[in-house]
Design a protein around this ligand. Structure first.
Ligand code: IPE
Ligand code: IPE
Ligand code: MG
Length: 263
């Protein structure tokens, strides 16, 4: 039972109701990253076109952003479109490229009001201009906000990101700005698009797929993973809380050993 795993500060296991574990407010993950998957299957189950699933998934984005904010999560990264998703049928890609406008057109005032800062990782340059404009506008409108960072991974691929980082470091070496011996892990971390963000503490992937699909390969080195069969449009506050409850029961050792296990 989940609620048995979750202990409030005083050590007492409690649950507000069956679905909602009591979370330890002192161990809320700072950065939660989500691979939002299963929109197509959600639609197929209802004999709807795939794009209906993407549209429904947008409502989950709103719900989960609000809940992340309420829980005190600092960064929420949402994988919205991968560098491989261009392989999809053109009408589906075109629909997906319209979603940021629709989402931000509807919810930007709410995000501004909630002090949310919108950010983006991914190849911004090769997005259709209307998509890029919507995202730029949202980033500008929320640039001074210092609440939850809502980070969209859009036209994002981790291998492309790492390749670009290697290229920029190689250039610095070639131009004698740094020596090859100076290259270290923090330099690589700093050359990624996530340079200013903490590493994800918790990765969630919906829809039952258990793979990374080219998502944050460097950044997830010590992240806790949680997978659920729930399809993204069906994902909700309770499932997010469940994921965090499991996260809170995990023991992050980072390669070390627990104190009580030292000889
Ligand atoms: C996730 O849902 C959204 C994107 C990848 C853009 P999918 O569209 O991958 O849904 P499934 O995996 O086909 O069900
Ligand atoms: C990963 O989902 C990308 C996003 C959620 C944006 P996919 O549905 O594209 O991944 P695969 O094809 O199942 O690996
Ligand atoms: Mg998928």
């Amino acid at each position: 039972m989940l609620d048995k795993l979750i202990r409030k500060k005083g050590g007492e296991a409690k649950a507000e109701n069956e679905d909602r574990p009591v979370l330890d407010e002192t161990v809320i993950p700072r950065h939660v990253a989500i691979i939002m998957d299963g929109n197509g299957r959600w639609a197929k189950k209802r004999s709807l076109p795939r794009i209906a699933g993407h549209h429904e998934g947008m409502k989950t984005v709103r719900k989960i952003t609000r809940e992340a904010d309420r829980l005190g999560i600092k960064v929420l990264t949402l994988y919205a479109f991968s560098t491989e998703n261009w392989k999809r049928p053109k009408p589906e890609v075109e629909f997906l490229m319209r979603l940021p406008e629709e989402f931000l057109g509807t919810y930007l005032p709410e995000l501004v009001e909630r002090n949310v800062r919108v950010r983006m990782i991914g190849d911004h340059e090769h997005l259709p201009p209307h998509t890029g404009r919507a995202i730029t506008r949202a980033m500008e409108a929320t640039a001074d906000n210092d609440g939850l960072i809502l980070n969209f991974a859009m036209n994002y691929g981790s291998r492309a990101e790492i390749t670009e980082a290697v290229r920029s470091i190689a250039k610095a070496v070639a131009e004698n700005r740094i020596g090859a011996d100076e290259i270290d892990e923090s330099m690589i971390t700093g050359a990624l698009m996530t340079a200013e963000l903490p590493e994800p503490d918790l990765l969630i992937r919906t829809s039952g797929e258990v793979r990374l699909s080219n998502f944050m390969l460097w950044q997830l080195a010590y992240t806790e993973f949680w997978f659920t069969d729930t399809l993204w449009p069906d994902f909700d506050e309770n499932r997010l809380q469940e994921a965090i409850a499991v996260y809170q029961a995990r023991n992050r050792r980072y390669g070390g050993v627990d104190k009580e296990d030292t000889d």
